[in-house]
Design a protein around this ligand. Structure first.
Ligand SMILES: C[S@@+](CC[C@H](N)C(=O)[O-])C[C@H]1O[C@@H](n2cnc3c(N)ncnc32)[C@H](O)[C@@H]1O
Length: 348
């Protein structure tokens, strides 16, 4: 999701409006990228995004802005260019305001923690495979640049799945940020990266993936970051079932985030799928060793959530069945980070 960002509003994809402040405590972008952001081509591509993309597609730029502005903890060399000026400015303003007000959590912190959680679990999952690098599929990849920033992918074929329009512009932006296809190949940290234009609400997305080189019999890590909540319930369940079924053919790891019901209720028009008990849901679909974390847990903290009174730490101390904070009556809006694995059963 572009998840609840602060305790005060938790209004979804960076929806809060703050005045512009010049003071800021966050790390400024490095010196070369802002120039690139002002280049005519990059500006024209982002103008096209603002004109033509749906709200859903534009969430890809919002998450990239989160990675760009939390660059003291996430090294993503192309996040600024992929995010664009408008989304960077908007998040910068919110972060500046939060810092000035000594907010208990600074805007974008969930995005940063979520990305770091996926990075670290992806690294662990890759290490856990016995032979070679597993395939890695990023469903709803958006402006993800893991294939250019994670060394753990060096043996892995990476597949990015998202809408056709999104890839058209992403590829052009990557070209601006990294130069010729030759330069991009050199900068790549994955063994390969393949973009697959598909709508994962359609039943044919897995076939499209296979047509682009995905091999169902090869071990696979599925990365579903900030995507499930945007899918209608039926489609989200179909996607999860498809992934669960794939584990009958090869060792499979699924990494996914789930909004709970209260989080999804923030915007009925934007968010659809939710689960209050995703660990039970995945176990029922046949996954084994399902592990669930919440933002703020020891493996989902990364030293970014110090204040014991911040919303995430307060939520962690309440039982998961609690729907309303007994202290102030606010809904318990949670984001679950879940890791699950599946293995082919050995027939005797
Ligand atoms: C919030 S962004 C997350 C992007 C990326 N995973 C990240 O964390 O930066 C959601 C992405 O899901 C994509 N998406 C949403 N619905 C989709 C669908 N039905 N099929 C394919 N992609 C979809 C959007 O285009 C967008 O890029």
């Amino acid at each position: 999701m572009e998840p609840p960002l602060t305790s005060s509003t938790m209004s979804g994809e960076e929806m809060q409006q703050y005045p512009i402040l010049t003071e800021s405590g966050w790390q400024e972008p490095n010196s070369t990228l802002p120039d690139l952001l002002q280049s005519e081509t990059v500006r024209a591509l982002h103008a096209k995004i603002e004109r033509e993309w749906s709200v859903l597609q534009r969430t890809a730029c919002q998450t990239a802005a989160g990675r760009a502005l939390w660059n003291h903890v996430i090294h993503d060399p192309v996040a600024h260019v992929l995010a664009g000026d408008t989304f960077l400015k908007s998040l910068h303003e919110k972060m500046s305001k939060d810092r000035l007000n000594n907010a208990r959590q600074v805007s974008g912190v969930i995005l940063a923690v979520r990305t770091l959680w996926f990075d670290s679990k992806l690294q662990d999952a890759i290490k856990s495979f016995q032979e070679g690098g597993p395939q890695v599929v990023l469903l709803g990849a958006g402006m993800d640049a893991r294939a250019y920033r994670l060394g753990c992918l060096k043996e892995s074929a990476v597949f990015e799945v998202d809408f056709h329009d999104l890839f058209q512009i992403k590829v052009a932006l990557m070209q601006e940020a990294m130069g010729s296809p030759e330069h991009r190949r050199k900068a790549m940290t994955a063994k390969s990266v393949t973009t697959v234009a598909a709508d994962i609400r359609d039943t044919g997305w897995l076939e499209k993936l296979q047509m682009h080189g995905f091999v169902p019999e090869k071990s696979t890590v599925w990365v579903l970051e900030g995507i499930l909540c945007y899918l209608p319930h039926l489609n989200a369940m179909q996607v999860l079932q498809t992934i669960a079924s794939s584990s009958s053919l090869a060792q499979t790891v699924l990494l996914a985030d789930f909004m709970n019901k209260s989080s999804a209720a923030l915007s009925n028009s934007t968010y659809h799928f939710y689960s209050d008990w995703p660990d039970q849901l995945l176990a029922a679909l046949g996954f084994s060793s399902v592990r669930l974390s919440q933002i703020g847990d020891p493996d989902a903290n990364f030293g970014l959530l110090h204040d014991p009174q911040n919303m995430f730490n307060k939520l962690r101390s309440l039982p998961r069945s609690t729907q309303t904070d007994p202290e102030d009556g606010t809904p318990c809006r949670r984001l679950y980070l879940v890791e699950a694995s599946g293995f082919p059963t050995l027939s005797v």
